[in-house]
Design a protein around this ligand. Structure first.
Ligand code: CDP
Ligand code: MG
Length: 832
């Protein structure tokens, strides 16, 4: 029997549903008055008793007042002329047509997967629908929605947009929290946009979700590490929080992988305004383009296009052919390329074609500043054809609204971490069929469009169905530490579901560790990482002393988890505190959180390299890390004098990144002080401070070490009968030869070939060769003192002979050292 009069059926259902969820029964009827819905006081009492239970921290009186106030505000918004513009914008979005369906499905299910094309209104509208509905029904104060975003910028801009749509300043019912910046909304009746990392950190506290009614995980199709991690946590939390509703939002149409993950939960799709797109493959192009088709491409066999190569000539030909063949001005051309360097190359190539006079060529990739990116969204003057050369950022994250032609090279630049070699590879690879489909869809937003794939049907058929998720591509130390720090113990401790491909992973882990809850946790991910990756990460954590042999967090580990930085850098901060040289290490750790602040324009590479070298401190030990420190110090001074921007321009630094580093430094300093690791103290001796900081890099980056060696290099032709060799100083790591990355200030040419050098590196990357990035030369004593696998050599009978002893580090670096000094060193190591 309906107990409330004057409500629409679905409102009633929702109300009942809400009460059911709260295990309450509505005893008293409500009356309608002047078309405004009023629930009588008694019923309200029941409702906010529920609110008290659901949100813990509201008193009955408070909830009643807040609910009534929110309802008034909602009514005002709905009917006043003031919000006309906002209303028109919102009503025109595709999501509006599905509003009721979305609200109902979310209300009657714990988990819902929601899909819809980028721009259809998922991120900005869905949270508003939920809040507005609750406000109108008189329980607005019980709704607190958290929406996670993979990117900081998106979180702010979306929050600003939604606050505007609600006619409010930020920080009232709508807010955001990202690292270093926050503008949180009030606690009840609100929408909070935050980065995925922020929510994960919040979940380290036991009451992290107190008062939260909905968690919306946005942009899950990106399969970013934190998002995949959050999905595991959220799935477990559903059992702990009986009132929590979860919405999973994706911009790709195929949602089956997510619905399956959540036990066949319902899926709502927001149909977009997609027009048909005609697709052509490489083999169709010769006939289509006729004489425009480049003869060189024709000569190469179409079927065997090389995976790493981009056929710039073909791409340029197709773009200029479109520009000439199809009616002028009618629609922009969007070309997908793997990286910004390739964008620059194609741009170069294009500008040499005769057709380029009628084109406005724009670039779009994440390295551009927001201002530079804006070019891609402007409309060029009449008659000009807009050509946007973009990375896969234009696939889903941003939308260019006038694209009619898509040219797809079919490639993507991928970082892939190989745990067995402790190496990251950067390779250009074929994209997946899913992303090819997504790219194609970008052509049909305004009218029927065209997509030209610069690869054959055969290649397309062989592409992966989906992109490899980040969790299977990157080192997992930070993630594993987070898993240990997540507060809900049942999340971690539960046994892995039988039958998953986990038993295999478990097998690997059980042999090597005591308890294996990290591996077990990760086995529950959408697509779990390889056992070797998990094992490698756990090993690093154990070597760092963040976890013990039973995988329990150590006090050091607990502090490291709080620091929100890779545990390697976290440990450096702690050592820095201990040894009185925190300041430079703060900069180094903060810089490690962002992209390299040095930007290298392709046309000015030499000039930029020189500028970077100017920051190098005059010392026998060249260091990329200390270059960052001195660049930052000088920038800070310039910035205080109001000249930060021009300083950056002169020195090829990215101003935005410098500001982020400054903010992060502050954050770390605060955390370190609050963590009360040790009393912070600072040596006044600047030179000593830098030198000690340099040595401390070992504590974190170990065992990423390399040693110089003389290498014989063949000079002449390889097959010539007369070999000419020259000797050159190179570097070797434990298993093979490597090169210093060309951007490094450690330059083999400046080193004395008759001396031994040791360096510590941040990352080993394979592109055309194996490169070490982020290098710092070190005195060998630092390795012996702060590295962790030092032994007195036993393989040589003369290990300890006379006044000398042989120290071995990690079994492959050897030092002869004065015997008494050596023994003292080993003793000192014990103290650490
Ligand atoms: O999340 P989804 O990609 O489905 O769309 P959205 O971010 O909710 O955006 C919906 C619409 O709001 C877009 O089509 C834009 O017109 C507008 N919008 C805006 O103007 N400014 C923003 N910062 C975000 C969205
Ligand atoms: Mg969105």
């Amino acid at each position: 029997q309906p107990a409330i009069v004057g409500l629409r059926d679905e409102e009633l259902l929702m109300m009942e549903d809400c009460l059911q969820r709260l295990h309450l029964e509505l005893q008293h009827s409500a009356v309608t008055h002047d078309s405004e819905m009023i629930v009588d006081e008694e019923s309200f009492a029941v409702l906010y008793q529920g609110a008290v239970e659901a949100t813990i921290s509201v008193s009955r009186e408070q909830a009643a007042t807040e609910n009534a106030m929110l309802r008034l505000e909602a009514r005002k918004r709905m009917f006043s002329a003031e919000y006309g513009e906002q209303r028109r914008a919102r009503l025109s979005l595709p999501s509006w047509t599905q509003r009721q369906k979305i609200i109902d499905t979310i209300a009657s299910n714990r988990v819902v997967v929601l899909t819809g094309e980028t721009g259809c209104g998922k991120t900005t509208q869905v949270p508003q629908y939920l809040l507005e509905e609750a406000e109108a029904l008189g329980f607005g104060a019980e709704v607190h929605i958290i929406v996670t975003q993979p990117r900081r910028i998106a979180a702010i801009s979306v929050a600003e947009r939604v606050a505007w749509e609600r006619g409010e300043p930020l920080g009232k019912s709508v807010g955001y929290v990202i690292r270093l910046e926050d503008m949180p909304p009030r606690r009840h009746g609100s929408i909070l946009y935050c980065t995925t990392g922020i929510l994960l950190r919040r979940l380290q506290k036991a009451d992290g979700l107190a008062g939260v009614s909905h968690v919306i995980v946005d942009e899950v199709h990106e399969r970013e590490l934190d998002t995949d991690f959050l999905l595991v946590v959220v799935r477990e939390l559903l059992n702990v929080h009986p009132y929590l509703h979860v919405v999973i939002m994706s911009a790709t149409l195929d949602a089956s992988i997510f619905t399956r993950y959540f036990g066949g939960c319902p899926h709502v799709n927001i149909p977009g305004m997609i027009h048909p797109v005609q697709v052509y493959y490489l083999e169709d192009l010769p006939q289509l383009m006729g004489q425009f088709f480049p003869p060189a491409t024709r000569q190469r066999k179409l079927g065997c296009s090389d995976e790493e190569d981009i056929d710039f000539e073909l791409a340029a030909a197709v773009i200029s052919w479109i520009a000439q063949y199809f009616a002028k001005g009618a629609g922009a051309i969007l070309c997908f390329l793997p990286g910004w360097d390739m964008i620059a190359m194609l741009r170069d190539r294009l500008s040499k074609t005769p057709a380029s006079k009628g084109m406005a060529i724009m670039a779009l990739h994440s390295q551009l500043s927001a201002g530079e990116q804006r070019g891609a969204f402007t409309h060029p003057p009449g008659g000009m054809r807009k050509v946007v050369l973009a990375t896969n950022i234009a696939e889903t994250s941003v939308t260019i609204d006038d694209v009619v032609y898509v040219v797809d090279c079919g490639k993507i630049k991928h970082r892939q971490f190989d745990p067995s070699r402790n190496m990251t590879t950067m390779r250009v690879q074929w994209t997946s069929q899913a992303s090819a489909r997504q790219r194609q869809g970008r052509a049909g937003r305004v009218q029927a469009g065209f997509c030209f794939r610069l690869y054959t049907r055969d290649v397309h058929a062989r592409m992966l169905e989906h992109q490899i998720p980040e969790m299977q591509r990157v080192p997992l130390e930070e993630l594993c530490l987070q898993i240990k720090a997540i507060a809900a113990p049942n999340v971690v401790a539960e046994a892995a579901s039988p039958g998953s491909n986990m038993s295999q992973l478990k097998g690997t882990m059980a042999v090597n560790t005591g308890m294996n809850d990290i591996a077990m946790f990760l086995s529950k991910a959408l697509q779990p990482p390889k056992g070797t990756s998990v094992f490698a990460a756990v090993k690093v954590l154990r070597q760092l002393g963040a976890i013990d042999q039973y995988e329990n967090l150590t006090p050091l580990g607990r502090t490291l988890a709080k620091l929100a930085v890779h545990p390697r850098f976290g440990k450096m901060l702690i050592y820095g505190t201990l040894l009185g040289c925190l300041d430079p290490l703060l900069t180094i750790a903060a810089a490690a959180c962002f992209k390299d602040p040095f930007v290298v324009p392709i046309s000015k590479r030499d000039e930029a390299d020189k500028m970077r070298e100017n920051f190098a401190i005059n010392s026998a030990y060249a260091s990329d890390h200390l270059v960052l420190v001195s660049a930052f110090e000088q920038w800070k001074k310039a910035n205080l004098a109001g000249q930060g921007h021009s300083f950056c321009e002169r020195h090829f630094l990215a101003p935005m990144t410098m500001k982020l580093i400054a903010g992060m430094r502050y954050q770390f300093e605060k955390t370190i002080t609050e963590a009360r690791v040790f009393d912070t103290w600072v040596t006044s001796d600047l030179e000593a401070r830098t030198h000690v900081a340099r040595c401390i890099l070992t504590a974190g980056l170990y065992p990423n070490i390399a040693k110089s060696e003389l290498c014989r290099e063949s000079k002449g032709m390889k097959n010539a009968t007369q070999h000419a060799y020259r000797w050159r100083l190179g570097f070797c790591v434990q298993n093979g030869r490597v090169f210093i990355h060309p951007t490094s200030v450690v330059n083999e040419k400046h080193l004395d070939p008759n001396k031994h050098y040791y360096l510590i590196y941040q990352e080993k990357v394979q592109t055309s060769q194996i490169y070490l990035r982020g290098c710092t030369l070190l005195p060998p004593l630092a390795l012996v003192l702060l590295g962790w696998n030092v032994s007195i050599s036993s393989d040589s009978g003369a290990a300890i002979s006379g006044d000398w002893m042989l120290l071995e580090v990690e079994g492959w670096l050897k030092f002869h050292i004065d015997r008494r000094a050596g023994l003292l060193l080993l003793e000192l190591r014990q103290a650490f």
